[in-house]
Structures are given as C-alpha cells and as structure tokens.
Design a protein around this ligand. Structure first.
Ligand SMILES: Cc1cc2nc3c(=O)[nH]c(=O)nc-3n(C[C@H](O)[C@H](O)[C@H](O)COP(=O)(O)OP(=O)(O)OC[C@H]3O[C@@H](n4cnc5c(N)ncnc54)[C@H](O)[C@@H]3O)c2cc1C
Length: 302
C-alpha cells in the first residue's frame, strides 16, 4: 500500500488522531525537522497495538517517539508512521513506595508527584524533559544517577501486539541506552521503586537540581540536551570545550558558550546545519585527542 492510500484505512481504525504532513519542528525540543508522512496520536493502548500491527502488515516504517527531546529529525522529514506516545498516556499512580507512570507522563511531573508523596529517588530526573517511555528507552540520567537504577519493571507492547511486563534486568539498561530500541518494543508504562523520605527535603533536592541546570545549560534556546555521549572516563563537553568549539556556528546551529555539549537553535537551524557542526566537532576532537565522539541524540528521518 502506498503511503497516500493509508490515510483512510488507518484513520478508520484509530480512535485517537491521525495527522498527515505534520512538521516535526512542532514535536521536537530542537524545533528542527521536516514533515512526518503520518503521525498517530493514540488515545488508548488498542490504538498503539493497531498502529504497530498495521505498520508491520503494510510494510510501513514505524518511528516511536515520546517528548521529542532527544531527536534530530532530518530536513526531508520522516517516511512512514510516527507513533507519538504523549497526551492521553499520562496517568501516574502511587502505591506505597512505588510510582507507576504511563509512558507519556513527563519525568519532571513524575518527580514532583513522588516528592509530594515523600518518595525519594527521582530527584535527578526533575529537570529531564523526557517522557517516561523516552527515559526508559534512553536510560536517561543526570547527577550520577540513571533511570535504570530506580525502575522495577516496565509494561511493553511487542511487534506482535502482545503486552508483556519486563523486569529491570530484561529491559537491559546500559549507559544512555536500553534494550527497548533493539527489541523494537513500545513502552506503555513503568514502575519506579523509590525510598520513603521527607517531602520538604526531596522537593528541595528537585529545586537544587533544577537550579544547577538553569545555571549550566542554555535552556533559553531550543536544544536536545547533550549532543555527544561521554566516552568512557571522559566528559564529552570538556573535550568539545578543549578544542575551542564553543561559539562555532553553522547557519543557525550554534555550539553553546554556556555548555559545550549543547548545540542550540538560535533561529531557523536545519538538521543539515547541526550535522555539519557535529562533523566539524568530531574531527577537531579526533585530531586533538584521538577520540571518536559518539552521538547521544537520535538522528531520524531523511
Ligand atoms: C534541555 C534538555 C536537557 C536534557 N537533559 C538530559 C539529562 O540530564 N540526561 C539525559 O539522559 N537526557 C537529557 N536530555 C535528553 C532527553 O531528554 C532524554 O534522552 C530523554 O530520555 C528523551 O525522552 P523523550 O520522551 O523526549 O524521547 P524522544 O526524544 O521522543 O525519543 C528518544 C528515543 O526514545 C524512544 N522512545 C520514546 N518513547 C518511547 C516509548 N514509549 N516506547 C519505546 N521507545 C520510545 C524513541 O524511539 C527514541 O529512540 C535533555 C534534553 C533536553 C532538551
């Protein structure tokens, strides 16, 4: 089936929204990216299952996304279907010392609710603009902690449309990644195992972490967090700083003066601008340190 013929059958199967030609600028924190052929905003788990099975049966590429805070979408956009797990999947439930959150819940919201309930363990995530699904997929982390350390289990939907619960070990957490992408499964929900604590102290830690971010990160411009992953035993930001890349600019993509591992969009940056800058930085770091920087951001589309 050609992509143009998909509109009617897919729309008739999905309770949520099926959008065509959505600019990915509207859906990514970098405000960069061409159009998605089709975007599905599911209203229920059945919509997610239908979308996954439809894409597989029709041989249409499927890209899963959450809050779009770690994605560089290329300028010609994304072919096939983008399944965006966000609104409608944000229920958070607290039972004893566990927090169960649907995949579209935002980590800062989960961290606030945990703090209000006197549960400690998610303070590090208070300023990470991730959805729960994206945080699990990327094993998001900060301040020396990462999601994998506090996740007890996650409910996922497989390529066959089957719903399963994976425990922490099965999710396969590693530095800024997990087995979610290789397994090509969709995260529906996660359960965090936290520790009881003093709500005021937990809230204070959340605030301290947010303040540190405001001081050290260029949050006034669209960005996608750290562009490069830290090589073992090194800080990518330090390496980029040492080669004098701060302030380098291609088009409207600029290496932040505040944090060398952030490339900010100071106007209408294209993905090509960012990738050109990334290439230049990589060469400079390789020349000086003989280290090949790897991307932390996910590059998608064409
Ligand atoms: C200002 C700023 C600060 C940041 N700080 C940090 C930080 O401190 N630490 C850190 O680790 N990251 C940080 N990031 C990067 C980003 O927030 C994380 O990588 C986050 O985990 C991405 O979540 P997301 O929901 O935005 O995922 P997206 O960007 O939408 O997707 C990222 C990946 O997750 C997959 N994915 C998303 N949802 C699902 C799902 N439901 N099921 C299966 N796969 C899914 C996608 O397919 C994709 O491969 C920062 C970003 C910004 C803009």
């Amino acid at each position: 089936m050609q992509i143009g013929e998909v509109q009617q059958p897919l729309s008739s199967l999905i309770r949520g929204d099926v959008l065509f030609g959505q600019s990915m600028r509207e859906h990514t924190s970098w405000r960069i990216g061409g159009p998605a052929d089709i975007m599905v905003l599911p209203a229920c788990v059945d919509d997610i299952r239908t979308c996954v099975l439809f894409a597989r049966e029709q041989g249409i590429p499927l890209t899963v996304m959450g809050n779009g805070s770690n994605m560089l979408v290329k300028d010609r956009g994304i072919r096939g279907i983008v399944l965006k797990i966000s609104r409608g999947f944000n229920r958070i439930e607290i039972i004893g010392t566990t927090v169960s959150a649907e995949a579209g819940s935002l980590m800062p919201v989960v961290a606030v609710q945990a703090a209000e309930a006197g549960l400690s363990g998610l303070e590090f995530a208070a300023g990470i603009p991730a959805s729960v699904g994206g945080a699990i997929s990327m094993n998001a982390g900060a301040h020396g902690k990462s999601i994998g350390e506090v996740v007890r289990s996650a409910v996922i939907l497989t390529q066959d449309g089957e719903i399963r619960s994976l425990d922490r070990e099965e999710i396969g957490f590693a530095y800024r990644k997990s087995g979610i992408r290789e397994k090509r499964v969709v995260v529906l929900n996660a359960v965090f195992a936290l520790e009881p604590g003093n709500p005021a102290e937990i809230k204070m830690k959340n605030q301290t972490n947010l303040k540190k971010r405001r001081q050290s990160q260029p949050l006034e411009y669209p960005n996608a967090g750290s562009v490069f992953a830290n090589p073992p035993g090194q800080w990518a930001g330090w390496l980029v700083d040492q080669v004098g890349a701060k302030g380098m600019r291609v088009g409207d993509a600029l290496v932040s003066d505040k944090h060398a591992n952030f490339i900010v969009n100071v106007g209408a940056a294209s993905a090509a601008d960012v990738l050109e800058l990334v290439g230049q930085i990589r060469q400079m770091v390789f020349k000086k340190f003989n280290i090949e920087l790897k991307l932390e951001i996910q590059v998608v589309g064409e």
